[in-house]
Design a protein around this ligand. Structure first.
Ligand code: GLN
Length: 254
């Protein structure tokens, strides 16, 4: 690892929580707590900006955006606002090196559209080259993924899925990984999630980051790269990875 940031409390780290009041299902707020706490352990001065409906002038200060899951009802309440008040600033922030983690309902709306099982179509903002159509049957259960992310160790991600959407990737999107257990993007092509530029979309609730600390640090480190902040020093993740490995062992027993 490179020069640690530790002890340099002047280095700020800001998390932007998109639609914290509405897109926060199945404990997804655990991702916010993990990003903030791990950044603090890395010696960073943390800040949380809750980006609910309406215009927000401070989006360019955000290092990592989190966009959580939500049922069709919540997605219907926010997709217009996402286009009108967040799209341009989010696109600009990502082009300046900010990172985005989007889970399930948030993931779907970063694509071109999400269509409900009843045929109602919510426009997405097309930051990810994916489309989603909901089926009648929900995909619910534990998920284990073998990731394609260069350098991520362990190479597995574990979580929980609960969605009716079937997401398919276009040519500009790469899968986050291969499904080892569960359904993933669509239950048919064995892919899970999407990685496109600084954006990661995934169906993994859980919440995702507490049992996948390596992904949390990946997001923090990539966001700080634009400020030449140096590499993060490793933390003692024995408890977190014990939880991760317990899910892996349970999957192997199935
Ligand atoms: N409403 C979407 C679906 O059912 C997203 C659900 C979620 O965020 N868990 O696929």
């Amino acid at each position: 690892m490179g020069a640690p940031i530790l002890g340099n409390m002047s280095q700020k780290f800001t998390v932007g929580w998109l639609y914290s009041d509405l897109m926060n299902i199945y404990g997804d707020r655990g991702n916010i707590l993990t990003l903030l706490k791990r950044a603090e352990w890395h010696g960073l001065e943390t800040n949380l900006v809750e980006l609910q409906r309406g215009p927000h002038p401070k989006m360019e200060e955000v290092d990592v955006f989190f966009f959580g899951g939500g049922q069709d009802r919540e997605q219907a309440l926010i997709y217009d606002d996402l286009k009108e008040f967040k799209h341009e600033s989010l696109q600009k922030a990502v082009s300046n090196g900010a990172q985005v983690l989007a889970v399930c309902g948030g993931y779907q709306l970063l694509g071109h559209y999400y269509q409900t099982a009843e045929g109602e179509r919510f426009d997405g903002i097309g930051l990810m080259d994916v489309t989603t159509q909901a089926g009648r049957k929900r995909f619910i259960g534990d998920v284990v993924v073998q990731t394609n992310i260069e350098g991520l160790r362990p190479k597995t991600l574990v979580g929980f899925e609960n969605h009716s959407g079937r997401t398919f990737l276009g040519p500009d999107a790469k899968p986050l990984g291969k499904v080892v257990m569960g359904k993933g993007n669509n239950g048919s092509d064995k892919t899970e999630g999407t990685v496109q530029g600084g954006i990661i979309g995934t169906y993994l609730h859980g919440s995702l980051l507490p049992k996948n600390p390596h992904l949390a640090d990946y997001l923090i480190a990539r966001a700080l790269r634009r400020r030449e902040a140096g590499a993060l020093s490793p933390l003692d993740d024995s408890a977190e990875l014990a939880a991760h490995d317990w899910i892996l062992r349970r999957a192997q027993r199935r």
